[in-house]
Design a protein around this ligand. Structure first.
Ligand SMILES: [Zn+2]
Length: 370
């Protein structure tokens, strides 16, 4: 999320050379179990990132897990639901507060105004105030960031002075080319607060199928919900699991590995990460848990006097496979943010990772369920 605030640009509005012309927000749908559909963008690395959406159709109604971060995504989700069923959307679950998982859900909410919008209490508070608002303020500086990214592509040097490979230049040139469309979608984004805040796991009966909303503790955020369908053996993790490169912003590495292992222990034939390709086993989750253990161990062993440096060399290649774009994104999305997150947590100051306004938390406590 922070890159979004450190990086940005303005001019190269045309298509970059060698770029496929599939739409920035185009979803591809897969039916992973009867009546369970997953929509995701084929290229998980393209920026801005787009979260996976899961649709579960029951006899009584439809549950949507992460309705979309951009209205263009929410519209496709709504169209998919309408193409598959006449049942109403009864439940919209928000996996965590980051806007790419909920700020594009308005088309679904407008079409089904009685939908129950469910999130963890922390997510509810973060959406009402605190981090979510700061992200919106950050978006005002986006033109400048994109200009700087455009300049970096031209000069062949990244902000830290390192050389950009040809593959990275193409990646960032495409990011710049995608900006006008991204900006259009930013202007359409709308935060709709949850109508129901939960503190613990909950089971939702959709008629003929049950959906478990799992809260396993601190992880990628302090309020991550996962979706588990025990009969269908389908697990959607939200950003507790992101592939091929995990996101470390404002996270809790000390606890996160345990949460990942808890999810990995569920019988699941299908694992839907928050971003990235659908998985058929838990091997990636194992690698992620090991990476997080190594981060937390190094932070815990760190002496307060020296700046924290974390050695990622034991794990990094399992995520980047030596690909320069993945390596750059692993730096920006995971390494840089996880160092401060791990340090805060090792010092017992993890509240700094995602500070919340107390009043906003009260708001979520008091909000009546519809
Ligand atoms: Zn996300």
């Amino acid at each position: 999320m922070r890159l979004f605030i450190i990086a940005a640009f303005a001019f190269i509005a045309g298509a970059a050379p060698g770029v496929a012309d599939d739409g920035l927000f185009d979803l591809t749908w897969r039916e992973v179990a009867r009546g369970v559909f997953v929509g995701g963008r084929e290229d998980p690395l393209r920026y801005p990132v787009v979260a996976n959406t899961t649709i579960v159709i029951g006899r009584k109604g439809v549950l949507v897990f992460d309705g979309g971060g951009y209205a263009a995504q929410g519209e496709q989700v709504l169209a998919k639901i309408r193409a598959e069923t006449k049942k109403p959307v009864t439940h919209l679950v928000i996996s965590h507060w980051h806007g790419d998982h909920h700020r594009g859900a308005a088309p679904i909410i407008d079409a089904f105004p009685n939908v129950e919008i469910i999130a963890h209490r922390f997510t509810c508070a973060a959406m009402a105030d605190g981090p979510e608002r700061r992200v919106e303020e950050g978006e005002a500086a986006l033109d400048e960031t994109y200009e700087a990214v455009g300049a970096a592509v031209k000069s062949g040097k990244w902000f830290d002075g390192s050389d950009l490979s040809e593959a990275e230049k193409a990646y960032f040139a495409r990011m710049v080319a995608d900006y006008p469309e991204y900006k259009t979608q930013l202007s359409r984004m709308k935060v709709t607060p949850p109508t129901r805040a939960i503190d613990e796991s909950a089971v939702i009966d959709l008629g003929g199928r049950k959906a478990t909303l799992l809260y396993a503790g601190l992880g990628n955020t302090a309020g991550d919900l996962a979706l588990y369908l025990p009969k269908e053996k389908v697990l959607a993790t939200g950003d507790i699991v992101v592939a091929p490169v995990p996101y470390g912003f404002g996270s809790y590495p000390e606890d996160w590995a345990r949460v990942v292992r808890q999810l990995a222990g569920l019988p699941a034939a299908t694992v839907i990460p928050g971003h990235g390709a659908i998985m058929t086993d838990a091997s990636y989750l194992g690698r992620l848990a090991t990476l997080l253990d190594h981060v937390a161990e190094q932070a815990a062993a760190h002496s307060a006097a020296a700046p924290l440096t974390i050695d990622f060399s034991a794990d990094e290649s399992a995520f980047t496979q030596g690909d320069p774009v993945k390596a750059r994104l692993f730096d920006m999305f995971f390494k840089e943010p996880i160092v401060s997150a791990a340090l805060n947590q090792a010092r017992g100051e993890s509240a700094k990772n995602e500070p919340l306004d107390g009043a906003a938390a009260d708001l979520c406590t008091l909000r009546p369920a519809r």
